[in-house]
Design a protein around this ligand. Sequence first.
Ligand code: NAP
Length: 246
Amino acid sequence: MVKDRVALITGAGRGIGAVIAERFATEGATVVVADIIFAAAEEIVDKIRTSGGRAEAVLLDVTDKPQTVELIADLVKRYDRLDILINNAGITRDALAMRMKEEEWDAVIDINLKGTWIPSQAVIRPMRRQKWGRIVNTASVAALGNVGQANYAASKGGVISLTRTLALELARSGVTVNCVAPGAIMTPMLETVPEDMRSQYLERIPVRRFGTPEDVANLHLFLCSDLASYITGQTIFVDGGLSVGM
Ligand code: NAP
């Protein structure tokens, strides 16, 4: 579905992004594994190469515009194209709204929202030129509202609006822009939540299981394929039905 495509995935040094990178490489894409921690990106690239895939590691802070613009220009020069951008990097800094510190608000909006905008803007020209492109952003069920996550929910709500607007602006260029909104996905972050809290949360998920990074990566694969060329501006929840009841 993504064979021979060149894909840049942000925040891919671990978690969901790492699994997307591995999956895309298995499907024959050349994957650029970008992370703020270079060693983490290198580890994923080693794994991919050991399994026979094509990948390279790059250091990227998605809030650093000059660095991002330079990286994308360099990739386009070296590969002669950049087909897929997956804006996956994201953080949480949870606190009740009345106690939230300005730094917590700023950090989350900066990385999750501005850090989606900066790489997206940088790929617009090359993707328009090649008349084909896929941008997939990352929201969350928390965009619908979640106690203790005013900053995170607002950032992910912003990502959904950004997705819709970019989709309209790029609709006639062969570039689609969509958004994946995961629910509770079993990553190291969720594994640290105490067992009793996890089982309470599980009760709220209609399919009664936590998602896996592979569940999320499957949707990325579809959205980045030619099968999804008529889908743009959409936010699709990968949440076992959790958002339906919200
Ligand atoms: P994760 O394990 O924390 O991975 C995110 C990666 O992004 C980390 O390697 C992180 O580096 C990196 N990163 C942080 N700031 C960055 C920056 N400025 N530039 C580049 N990379 C940066 O997170 P995840 O659970 O896989 O989540 C991936 C995405 O899915 C996020 O956008 C998250 O909001 C979203 N999501 C996750 C869940 C879930 O249940 N896991 C649910 C809904 C939505 P560090 O190690 O230095 O932080």
